[in-house]
Design a protein around this ligand. Structure first.
Ligand SMILES: Nc1nc2c(ncn2[C@@H]2O[C@H](COP(=O)(O)OP(=O)(O)OP(=O)(O)O)[C@@H](O)[C@H]2O)c(=O)[nH]1
Ligand SMILES: [Mg+2]
Length: 395
């Protein structure tokens, strides 16, 4: 057995298996961030290459022994896999390694559970968790399976218990869905009110940690929670954003639009979560304009844009007009700084307007406000003030 008490803080050994997928994260950087966000200190990283997962252990048994030794040396209290494990693989690995084994999906679910604040957010996480658990039930009853001669033997006490448990979980899923339905109705009423008032709705979307909340705070002078964590934001916050547009004659005209800060996206967002968070994510699909925030200082930003696009398509927001906001301009090396702070960016074969900003220092925010004011004005069918570097959002 492991001396798990050796470390005061729960710590994790990170494992990534490269199956030749195009953007394998060799440094396991994101998994490390996820672990930290969930309160686990990453103490060691192991990566290996395989053509296909081993049916029983996911990795080879030699690799498993190596991981076991490394876990002992580093005092890791659990093992975290970057890829999804089947319930059987997870169980076999736990037996082999004598430590709790979890995967990225469970980690993300755990973070969501820790972060959920609103009634709706908690219900959504609960639903996703129930859905995840319902596929892994067998695990909890493995001691009963052993009594009846191992998994696969039908009709033992374990089997009955699983049936019972499945039914209870099915009922819980149904109840949670109904409660969510009621919350959704309230949300729809609020949205209809906004629509009646003719508000122009803008939603911030983007990869987690891109700086959406920081930008939101800078634009509306709010204090939404922003932190160097993944999924700092789970609940949608909406505020009025007052935009004072200036036309060519320097005439100001005030415009108020509503701006929503929302949950961030991530590679391979667990399917149950997308399903459960439909209501929150719908906010994006119903917006008049999406501010797609990108961390321009992250070398993986092109993949992250792709991941965000995938989720947007999945939730039916693929056709909402977008503007790309390349954030963290201050964190770019002088040689990486763009020559123009406003240009077009090729997104899925269309040119989309792009603006560079720093939500932290405020650079580029005035042009962004101006740009948004013009869009809102256009949407109302009013002539937009002419400015030489203005580009329209594609519809
Ligand atoms: N250098 C720099 N850091 C920034 C900037 N904007 C945000 N950050 C930092 O990036 C981290 C993430 O910021 P958030 O605003 O919480 O990001 P988010 O997109 O809301 O993240 P989630 O809610 O977790 O999806 C924080 O540590 C911010 O301080 C910026 O313009 N420059
Ligand atoms: Mg946020």
């Amino acid at each position: 057995m492991q001396d798990t008490a050796r470390r005061a803080t729960p710590s994790a050994l990170l494992v990534g298996v490269d199956f030749g997928t195009p953007h394998f994260d060799t440094e396991l950087e994101e998994l490390g961030l996820l672990a930290q966000t969930a309160g686990l200190a990453p103490v060691a990283r192991v990566t290996c290459k395989r053509r296909a997962p081993d049916a029983a252990l996911f990795i080879g048994s030699g690799k498993a022994d190596e991981i076991k030794a490394l876990a002992e040396d580093t005092g890791a209290t659990e093992i975290l896999f970057d890829q999804s494990l089947s319930p059987a693989q997870q169980r076999n690995l736990e037996r082999h390694l004598q430590l709790p084994v979890n995967d990225r999906t469970l980690l993300i679910l755990e973070i969501f559970a820790q972060r959920a604040r609103s009634h709706e957010g908690k219900l959504q996480v609960e639903l996703a968790r129930l859905q995840y658990v319902s596929t892994r039930l067998v695990r909890r009853w493995s001691h009963l399976e052993r009594q009846t001669g191992g998994a696969g033997v039908r009709g033992g006490p374990g089997e009955k218990q699983i049936e019972l448990d499945r039914r209870m979980i099915g009922d819980a899923i149904k109840r949670t869905r109904e409660r969510l339905e009621r919350v959704k109705k309230q949300r729809n009423t609020q949205r209809r009110q906004r629509e009646r008032q003719g508000a122009y709705n803008i939603s911030l979307v983007g990869y987690t940690n891109a700086g959406k909340s920081t930008l939101f705070n800078a634009l509306v002078k709010a204090r939404a929670y922003a932190a160097d964590q993944l999924f700092a934001t789970l609940d949608t916050t909406t505020r009025q954003l007052y935009l004072a547009a200036q036309d060519a004659q320097g005439q100001g005209s005030g415009r108020s639009v509503s701006l929503s800060d929302t949950v961030g996206f991530i590679r391979d967002l667990p399917h149950g979560l997308i399903d459960a968070f439909q209501a929150t994510l719908r906010e994006a699909a119903d917006a008049d304009l999406l501010l797609h925030v990108v961390d321009a200082s992250n070398p993986h930003f092109p993949e992250q844009i792709g991941q965000v696009q995938d989720v947007l398509h999945e939730i039916g927001a693929g056709d909402v007009p977008q503007v790309l906001v390349f954030n963290k301009l201050d964190a770019l090396a002088p040689t990486q700084r763009p020559r123009h702070l406003q240009d077009g960016f090729d997104l899925e074969g269309r040119s989309v307007p792009r603006l560079f900003v720093s939500a932290r220092t405020g650079e580029g925010l005035a042009p962004l406000r101006q740009w948004l004011a013009e869009q809102a004005q256009r949407a109302r069918g009013e002539p937009a003030p002419q400015s030489p570097d203005t580009q329209g959002a594609q519809a």
